[in-house]
Design a protein around this ligand. Structure first.
Ligand code: XBP
Ligand code: MG
Length: 252
């Protein structure tokens, strides 16, 4: 089957947004709301098992044995967090991960349909597109599937299924780009092949069955990437190129 469509995860895949973006924004919102809590780097790593910011806040209250705030209170807290996140991103402090722009542009030039499938809030996604990728990408992505658009977040397949239905593409011609165990599970459950670029928060997650697991997409003029799983036996993996993705899909 030919590679027709690529669906990109956002947090951890397009950019390392979690530790210095989302985590910091949550803490600023907690402080503003007078809550005695700060999610440090390792604690936030544990909390990433729960996808979705509102879901993460609710889970953390419950695990501390504290009364869980109402949906309205959580929504208010989360809206404040999103505003902080937008400010952090607009400062340009969080760049795209290596190779992301290169591979997106290669795929775009080749006429591959590009989309986003993420559990993050649309406003957070839009901030990252505007400030890290560039406004032209609002038109280049054929679908921006994000946040509460489907009730069940990753590891449920729903956001991928939703994006494919919007685009009118099948799982067999679509490749997912992910960074986390929950993301990989969502892609696999939707029947997609998947390339995983790990990061510090996700390196110990279970990616068995993924089609390629690497340290990053890499760049031609940078040191070679680390390859953790390469079940298709792809060659010349100094950096990930469109030709590799086509081979994963079984293109001759
Ligand atoms: C990302 C998430 C999001 C972000 C925070 O997962 O789980 O919840 O951590 O964003 P994925 P919000 O990369 O698998 O999409 O606070 O906007 O939910
Ligand atoms: Mg992710």
């Amino acid at each position: 089957m030919a590679l027709k469509c690529m669906l990109w995860d956002v947090d951890g895949t397009l950019a390392d947004t979690e530790r210095d973006g989302h985590r910091v924004a949550f803490n600023l919102a907690f402080k503003e709301a007078g809550l005695q809590r700060e999610w440090d780097v390792p604690t936030y790593g544990e909390l990433l098992a729960v996808t979705g910011g509102k879901e993460r806040i609710r889970f953390d209250h419950a695990r501390r044995g504290e009364p869980v705030p109402s949906d309205e209170e959580i929504a208010r807290l989360h809206a404040a967090k999103t505003a902080h996140y937008q400010r952090l991103i607009s400062s340009g402090r969080i760049p795209l991960r290596p190779g992301v722009r290169r591979l997106l542009e290669e795929a775009w030039r080749a006429g591959i349909t590009l989309g986003v499938a993420t559990t993050t809030t649309p406003a957070a996604l839009e901030a990252l597109i505007e400030h890290a990728l560039g406004k032209e990408w609002f038109d280049r992505f054929a679908v921006l599937a994000a946040g509460d658009i489907v009730p069940a977040k990753k590891p449920a397949p729903d956001i991928y299924t939703y994006a494919m239905a919007k685009l009118g593409v099948s799982a067999r011609e679509t490749l997912a780009m992910e960074d986390s165990g929950n993301g990989w599970k969502a892609a696999a459950a939707a029947g997609l092949r998947c390339v995983v670029t790990i990061n510090d928060y996700t390196r110990d997650h279970d990616f068995s069955g993924a089609d390629l697991v690497v340290s990053e997409l890499g760049e031609p003029d940078a040191p070679p990437i680390h390859v953790f799983a390469n079940p298709h036996g792809l060659e010349d993996l100094h950096h990930v190129r469109l030709a590799h993705l086509r081979a994963i899909m079984g293109e001759a």
